[in-house]
Design a protein around this ligand. Structure first.
Ligand code: AMP
Ligand code: MG
Length: 395
């Protein structure tokens, strides 16, 4: 049995840089950018009015001019005009180009307009007031978003503003989710008294979807020959196989032996942790990775969160989302195992508190719904006072 850290090191060793692919702009949210987004022009691209009003030459105001006859109108989206007479003004709208010969914008609120003459009701006008100067935010050629960044809606907007219809992103692995167990029936079926409906694979598929991974779903009965046959096919078509169930010590937990029969190299099987002790991790010769999660829904979910996501995020070279939170009560756990505790979080005055979610049995699926993340109590210590700070990994 190995420690959580040793297990994580095995997982990290199998992380590998993912290939690059192009995706349509609107398919890119949540993916990791593989090439920097660069400004194709200045931001903003011209001196831009930030208020509706009039554009003038501030020097005229300086020299005592207060009444400015309106020469023309400069709306947004129209080519730049030129002020013909330095003592006149041009009406201007937010988003419009500052006309040639003008260097200040005065808001409608600060003028009175009568018979095409603007009377300025200000004591001072400063050059470039109410103007967003060309290149003030970014200069042409400057990097706007670095490669390696997870793409958010704001980044989609930046990409759109530089005219990118596609983005270079890191490829995501092809994943198969495979449940096992003769007690499981399809969710469309009415279970017999000795059966339960399949739920883990739905949970895993939904979790993967949060990462942008569209996984396929399979089910294997507790029958080694059949398992081996199916698995031999899966190994040909996916990068990662996620199994739930059949990895413990039960008479019908055939997964480890079937994988071995197919020449998978077992990297570890069982970790000093609770829940999720019998977790299995291995690798086929062609590089396909296997995570065998114990079947209890809480174990499946925790192991997926800790080990699969560690592998995925390391491969994508990004960090898992965490928040520091104080334990809401004293936590005690005696056995020399790392204890993973599901928690919900409350936020008060900028401080987070982690409240353990009661999972009396590791199969307590309904309570999973409450959990927003987990924290880990290291194996070396058995009591953690209320208020102790933990890094909580968010689901
Ligand atoms: P196992 O790891 O196969 O021994 O399964 C442990 C427990 O988890 C058993 O009570 C199973 O019925 C349950 N279980 C296993 N797989 C699933 C699944 N896909 N959905 C819901 N429960 C499951
Ligand atoms: Mg089973």
């Amino acid at each position: 049995m190995i420690s959580v850290q040793e297990a994580l090191n095995h997982v990290y060793n199998q992380a590998k840089p993912l290939a690059i692919e192009e995706v349509d702009l609107l398919q890119a949210r949540g993916r990791v950018l593989a090439a920097a987004i660069v400004a194709d022009r200045d931001f903003p691209p011209f001196h831009r009015a930030t208020m509706d009003g009039i554009a003038i030459d501030a020097a005229a105001f300086e020299q005592g001019q207060r009444e400015f006859p309106v020469e023309a109108i400069q709306p947004a989206g129209h080519p730049q005009l030129e002020l013909q007479n330095a003592n006149h003004c041009i009406e201007i709208m937010t988003g419009a180009m500052l006309p040639v010969g003008c260097n200040a914008v005065i808001r409608y609120e600060d003028i009175q307009l009568e018979d095409q003459v603007a009377y300025v009701q200000l004591d001072t006008v400063t050059a470039y007031q109410n103007i967003h100067l060309q290149g003030a935010d970014e200069k042409e050629g400057q990097t706007l978003v670095n490669a390696g960044t997870k793409i958010t809606p704001a980044i989609i907007a930046i990409a759109a503003s530089v005219g990118l219809t596609q983005l270079s992103v890191y490829r995501l692995p092809r994943v198969a989710v495979c449940s096992t167990g003769d007690e499981l029936v399809a969710i469309t079926e009415k279970p017999q008294p000795h059966q339960i409906r399949q739920s883990n694979s739905y949970m895993l598929i939904a979790g993967l979807a949060q990462e942008g991974i569209i996984a396929d779903r399979y089910h294997l009965p507790d029958e080694p020959a059949f398992m081996a046959e199916q698995m031999a096919e899966l190994v040909k078509s996916y990068d990662v196989l996620l199994f739930s169930g059949a990895v413990s010590k039960g008479k019908f937990d055939f997964l480890p032996q079937v994988l071995q029969q197919l020449n998978m190299q077992t990297l570890f099987h069982s970790i000093a942790q609770k829940p999720g002790k019998p977790l299995l991790f291995g690798k086929f010769d062609n590089g396909v990775l296997v995570f065998g999660f114990p079947g209890n829904p809480v174990s499946t979910w925790i192991c997926y969160q800790i080990y699969f996501r560690a592998w995925l995020y390391r491969s994508l070279n990004i960090t898992l989302p965490t928040v520091q939170a104080a334990a809401s009560k004293t936590l005690t756990f005696k056995p020399a195992l790392t204890h993973h505790v599901l928690v919900k979080l409350i936020n008060e005055d900028g401080r987070s508190t982690a409240i353990p979610v009661n999972t009396s049995t590791s199969g307590d699926m309904v309570n999973l719904m409450q959990a927003e993340g987990y924290l880990s109590l290291p194996a070396e210590q058995d009591t953690f006072e209320a208020g102790t700070l933990f890094d909580v990994q968010l689901f």
